[in-house]
Design a protein around this ligand. Structure first.
Ligand code: PGA
Ligand code: ZN
Length: 433
């Protein structure tokens, strides 16, 4: 039983150049754990608050108030607690701020601290983080199936296209390494096609190509062309995954696709997406309707839940209670797990467990504002049987997560890649059995 001796928060900077919170947890034996809070741009309304200072300095994005939470009440409450008791540490944090969205301490303060405690416990047990997570929570570790962004859109690319993430997955790969190789070919094929057509405007927030398409569907057509140019047959080894992030362009069942100057209600949006599911090899779709559109999500899941993975991100905000309610409603069949949406490791694990009990898939995810922190590579491996969403195949804050998985692959053995297993219940799984 090694006790936490001290906790120190400091200001560091994320991939968008914004300030963020880093926390060091030092144990009585000198062992240390460290983690950094990420930050979203297309945030769910019900997720833990990213506490910022406001005012004019640093465009209002300062984190002095969040750091004061870490260095003041959180440090005092956690000192002396056994580091191996993650639930106890997280409860102590929650005891300081019972508000549902952690608006008093700040979710950025709580998530960096909670993850740093987890890192310190792993270091104290002399285990890599993925092994500690698996042992501590009783999971069988396995490398996740990545979903990797090819084009960025929505809030990550000046809303140049309405749909936020155009991604691929390689469920037909037999190793994590093979996923990286295939994705690399598709990513650069996409860039070449866009450049040759005059459609390449730069790099979006998560490292994907920033497109200059004239319609959302042009992105899908280009993605299929890129998969083919890379020598793959779309829908075989490689499939498409979308994050519609519909809350970003609609509420109360009214949606507006700015790129195409089209207004639609929930039924029309579902119809349009259903048409895409028929026309393109899409195996997974996230937030197809807005976070407040329960009827729309139930209807979408009723119609397409047998053939596609339907992930709730803004819709579920890594909240176990919302997962249980959605499962009872028949909305979604998978959850996105973002530790900073929940605010602590324990609440994120509860959400993961709620999803698994419902027979759902689970995708551990980065945020659009990221850093060198690789906690999620370990978390997704330690939880086992899952998927990992990190952004694209460029920029170090993304590559550091994929590269960490390759190191874990060396420790774990290549045979522990889950591959198509998370897709088993979908169209892809049915075709490839
Ligand atoms: P965010 O987007 O990190 O900007 O919120 C990521 C996502 O929607 O999955
Ligand atoms: Zn999302």
């Amino acid at each position: 039983m090694t006790a936490i001796q001290s906790i120190k928060g400091r200001r560091v900077w994320d991939s968008r150049g914004n300030p963020t919170v880093e926390v060091d947890v030092v144990l009585e034996n000198g062992v240390m754990g460290r983690a950094i809070a990420p930050a979203g741009a297309s945030r769910g309304q019900r997720e833990a608050i990213d506490l910022r200072d406001g005012g004019s300095a640093l465009r209002g994005k300062g984190v002095e108030r969040a750091l004061a939470s870490v260095n003041g009440p959180i440090a005092s409450a956690l000192a002396g607690l056994p580091v191996s008791d993650q639930v106890g540490a997280d409860r102590a944090i929650l005891g300081l701020d019972p508000s549902p969205m952690k608006e008093n301490l700040g979710g950025n303060a709580t998530v960096a601290t909670s993850l740093a405690v987890l890192h310190a416990a792993a270091a104290d047990a002399q285990k890599p983080l993925w092994r500690h997570v698996a042992d501590h929570y009783g999971f069988s570790p396995s490398l996740p199936l990545p979903e990797i962004q090819i084009f960025g859109g929505g809030a990550h690319a000046g809303r140049r296209v309405d749909i936020q993430d155009f991604m691929i997955m390689v469920p037909g790969a037999s190793s994590f390494d093979e996923v990286m190789e295939v994705t690399n070919e598709v990513y650069f094929a996409a860039g070449d096609i866009m450049a040759s057509r005059g459609k390449l405007a730069g790099i979006a927030d998560e490292g994907g190509w920033w497109p200059a398409f004239d319609s959302n569907e042009e992105a899908l057509e280009t993605l299929v062309a890129a998969i083919e140019k890379a020598g793959e047959k779309p829908g075989e080894r490689v499939v498409i995954s979308l994050d519609v992030a519909a809350s970003e362009f609609g509420e109360n069942g009214k949606y507006r696709l700015a790129l195409e100057d089209r207004e639609m209600d929930s039924a029309a949006l579902i119809e349009m997406l259903g048409g895409w599911l028929d026309a393109y090899p899409i195996a997974s779709i996230e937030d197809p309707v807005g976070e407040d559109d329960v009827e729309g999500m139930v209807e979408f899941t009723r119609r397409f839940g047998e053939r596609v993975q339907i992930i709730g991100d803004d819709y579920l905000v890594t909240n176990a209670k919302l997962v249980r309610e959605a499962a009872a409603d028949g909305a979604c069949n998978a959850v996105l797990v973002k530790v900073n949406q929940a605010g602590t490791v324990s609440e994120s694990i509860d959400t993961y467990n709620a999803a698994r009990s419902a027979g759902w898939g689970a995708v551990v995810s980065a945020r659009s504002g990221e850093t060198e922190d690789v906690s999620i590579s370990h978390l997704s491996t330690g939880l086992g049987g899952g998927q990992l969403k990190v952004g694209s195949f460029q920029r170090s804050e993304r590559m550091v997560k994929w590269n960490e998985c390759l190191r874990i692959q060396d420790e774990l053995g290549a045979g522990t890649f889950v591959g198509g297993a998370p897709m088993a219940a979908t169209w892809w799984g049915k075709q490839h059995g």
